[in-house]
Design a protein around this ligand. Structure first.
Ligand code: ATP
Ligand code: MG
Length: 299
């Protein structure tokens, strides 16, 4: 059983002039229960469109989406209760107080009346917003509004939490707090899907990612494997004496040299035979997610 099973989903938008635009193109994605999963991609890749289809705001043009084996189109009311979602845009009922907003949402998502006040206190404490409980939403700062959005999403203790760029426009300290909360909710059993532009965030939070670009999945898997796949093709080394004849294909990068690798053992032998005692240091490093991202998404 999967917490999320997206199967060959396509989303086509038709402009007023009748032109079709494919925002999501035959995307499949599976998330096992208990995971924190990252959905990555540049601006306009289709991340929010995918999330809006999971939450039932948009209908897929084709394909199916299941949350814990329930179809989000056929059983929208049920799947809505299982999901907590923090959309990318801040939408809060600005004229109401923090407590009123949460009370209303608690009701909508089935938090029993007798538990609601206590639950509100708890999430506000978790998000360090207790002292704002009687403030109107419109008077909150941007970061506080984002926390209120998060409070709304977790109030009913969803089994599956979806965060669309949860830390966009958030300061460093709040980002750390949001990460800590995400980890805690996950440790308590919540499955989490998030999108981000901060690659460091994916590296911090999740084991597996899917990278999309122009609506298509271009890479999916364990972060470690993806990094390894991208790092195994170069080796960096330093020389004592730089004034030597080089092997073909060697690039000079600052104080270092880079050698492309096809077969690690063969190429290492070639390298050490050629430079011998002149080698000061040698290293192969895991590619950062940033490098992978740029490599895969740049034209
Ligand atoms: N309602 C809509 N009507 C027409 N086109 C849309 C609509 N919603 C999204 N799109 C288009 O679909 C593409 C994907 O948009 P989406 O918001 O899913 O990207 P994203 O990956 O979330 O980007 P970002 O990182 O900037 O949030 C964009 O080209 C966007 O203009
Ligand atoms: Mg988006």
């Amino acid at each position: 059983m999967y917490s999320l099973n997206i199967s060959n989903v396509t989303k086509k938008f038709t402009s007023p002039t009748g032109k079709d635009f494919i925002a999501v193109d035959d995307v499949s994605l599976k998330i096992e229960p208990g995971k924190i999963y990252g959905l990555l991609g540049p601006n306009g890749a289709g991340k929010s469109t995918i999330i809006n289809m999971i939450s039932g705001i948009l209908l897929p043009t084709s394909g199916t989406i299941e949350v814990l084996e329930h179809d989000v189109v056929k059983e929208t009311e049920l799947t809505k209760q299982m999901i907590g979602i923090v959309p990318q845009e801040i939408v809060a009922e600005m004229a109401f107080t923090v407590e009123e907003v949460l009370y209303y949402f608690g009701g909508m998502y089935g938090v029993p009346k007798h538990e609601r006040r206590e639950r509100i206190q708890q999430v506000l404490k978790d998000l360090e917003l207790e002292d704002k409980i009687h403030e109107r939403a419109r008077t909150l700062s941007g970061g506080m509004k984002r926390r209120l959005m998060l409070a709304k999403a977790i109030l009913h203790k969803p089994v599956f939490l979806i965060l669309d760029e949860p830390t966009a426009g958030v300061d460093v300290s709040l980002r750390q707090k949001i990460w800590a909360l995400v980890r805690r909710l996950n440790a308590e059993g919540t499955t989490i899907l998030f999108t981000t532009h901060y690659l460091e965030e994916a590296e911090q939070l999740c084991e597996s990612i899917t990278l999309i670009n122009h609506g298509r999945v271009i890479k999916t898997g364990k972060l470690k494997d993806i990094q390894q796949e991208f790092s195994k093709n170069v080796i960096h080394f330093e020389l004592f004496d730089r004034n030597v004849a080089h092997l073909p294909g060697i690039k000079e990068i600052g104080v270092e040299y880079e050698m492309p690798i096809n077969d690690l053992t063969d190429d290492m032998t070639k390298l050490t035979n050629h430079y011998r005692g002149n080698i000061k240091g040698i290293r192969s490093e895991a590619a950062s997610l940033e490098q992978v991202f740029l490599k895969l998404t740049q034209p």
